[in-house]
Design a protein around this ligand. Structure first.
Ligand code: TYD
Ligand code: MG
Length: 448
């Protein structure tokens, strides 16, 4: 079928229809359809293919540092020229602060333009002064018109362009107001074209809506090269940068920052930031060494089991997979004589973190037993390990690294899968290798 010459695009949802209507048939918004030509400009000269062999070695080492090792780590080793990075996060989490710091650092050696549609130049300047940034070479503009921003970036030969935020910029042609889905898409595509053509790295700030998607859309995610989320646990001063998509690096790295009065500071050794141990060991609490973002993290797990009052027993897991908890309860019952069929069970990962690996099986089981017996575990004990359906304790990856980190954080006893127990334990750490769940409980409660 021939493609029609024009379509009608909804300014609210971005959906397309072939004929004009008063109401968008897709999202129900009134008066939101705009006519858009579908004619594609044909390039004057056809593109030529380049053989990659001829380019080998010419593009390496082109990345530049953001001035923040934690951010470079998440990006896969620095900023790639001509790449487009989307930074999403809740309002107030520190996106503007981070990018202003990055912009000022990069500006020491390269051209940088920081375009803010949310703050005036004097507000940005006040913030830079408060953060004690030497921002002499940094270009700041309070502008929302995309064409003007791109013209300025070209004029400054910017190596880095920051758009804060995509919801405030407007491309003249798209018709709809700033922030509308069609505008977001139009502006982002224009920025991608600009980045690829000019070699300028572009960082786009996107606010996250309550649903958790970068507002308007996941659809921005597939347009850009890298998607970073800036996250924080409620009330915590720690901030985590996580890559959920990266064309130029791995997506499992995390970058850790702390929000201080002097801006965002990197956390070089984040292993223990989620650990706040009370002086008195309490029943049901245990520390595990999880691994997230390519690093070991010490995390406290808590379990509470309580005799069920009425109805069906409750099984609540915060930060852990509920199905995994159900499985552990069955294994505990069958293989460790820890029967919780008539108990409500609550398990919580302290700090609001999600643990997505099976290494938390063993500590959860020990914490459940500790709560049931009302017996506290020694405070210098850690545990990790996967549990199988026959009650066996299975090894997990990076056992040595976890043990080293536990020792470095001052723990003295580790209950771990037998196959993870090293021939020679780290100095000062007693490693108890166990093969089954009953043996694991004995080791944990016997350890003093
Ligand atoms: P901001 O970067 O404006 O957030 P976003 O751009 O993601 O909306 O961060 C604002 C918050 O950071 C604000 O609540 C105050 C806090 N903050 C500090 O604690 N210390 C600082 O030095 C700065 C600049 C901000
Ligand atoms: Mg901001």
């Amino acid at each position: 079928m021939a493609r029609p010459n024009a379509v009608f695009v909804c300014g609210s949802c971005g959906g397309e229809t072939l004929k004009w209507q008063g109401q968008c048939p897709l999202c129900g918004e009134w008066n939101s359809l705009e006519q858009r030509s579908t004619a594609r400009a044909r390039p004057a000269t056809p593109a030529a293919a380049v053989s990659l062999g001829a380019r080998a070695g010419t593009d390496v080492a082109a990345r530049f540092g953001s001035g923040h090792a934690e951010l470079d780590r998440v990006l896969g080793g620095g900023v790639v020229p001509g790449s487009v990075i989307l930074l999403g996060g809740d309002p107030g989490i520190g996106k503007s602060t981070l990018l202003l710091q990055v912009a000022a650092q990069v500006a020491a050696a390269r051209g940088v333009l920081y375009a803010s549609g949310e703050e005036s130049v004097s507000q940005v300047s006040m913030r830079a002064q408060r953060l004690a940034l030497s921002a002499a070479g940094l270009g700041v503009v309070a502008e929302t018109d995309l064409a003007s921003i791109l013209a300025l970036a070209t004029e400054r030969c910017a190596a880095l362009l920051v758009i804060d935020s995509i919801q405030t910029v407007q491309a003249g042609a798209a018709g709809a107001g700033a922030g509308a889905v069609s505008q977001l898409r139009e502006c982002t595509s224009a920025l991608v074209r600009f980045a690829k053509a000019s070699g300028t790295a572009v960082v786009i700030v996107g606010h996250v809506t309550k649903e958790g998607a970068i507002a308007g859309p996941r659809m921005l995610e597939h347009l850009v090269d890298t998607v970073l989320y800036f996250e924080s646990e409620a009330g915590s001063r720690y901030r985590i940068v996580r890559a959920t998509k990266n064309r130029f690096g791995a997506v499992n790295e995390l970058g850790f920052f702390a929000m201080t009065a002097g801006g965002l500071k990197e956390v070089k050794n984040p292993a223990a930031i989620f650990l706040s141990r009370s002086a008195q060991p309490a029943a049901g609490s245990i520390v595990t060494v999880a691994r997230d973002g390519g690093r070991p993290l010490l995390i406290e797990l808590q379990a509470l089991v309580d005799r069920m009052r009425f109805g069906a027993p409750r099984r609540i897991a915060q930060g852990l997979d509920a199905n995994r908890l159900a499985m552990l309860l069955a294994v505990a019952n069958r293989h460790a004589a820890v029967s919780l069929q008539e108990h409500d069970v609550f398990v919580n990962v302290v700090g609001g973190i999600q643990i997505g690996e099976t290494a938390s099986d063993l500590p959860v089981l020990i914490a459940l037993a500790s709560s049931l017996k009302a017996r506290a575990l020694p405070s210098e004990l850690v545990a990790f390990g996967e549990i199988g359906l026959t009650g066996e304790v299975r090894p997990v990856a990076y056992g040595d690294e976890r043990l080293r980190e536990a020792r470095a954080q001052g723990f003295r006893v580790a209950v771990v899968p037998k196959d993870n127990a090293p021939r020679k334990s780290p100095e000062g750490l007693t490693v108890l290798g166990v093969a089954g769940v009953a043996e694991a409980l004995e080791a944990a409660f016997g350890a003093r």
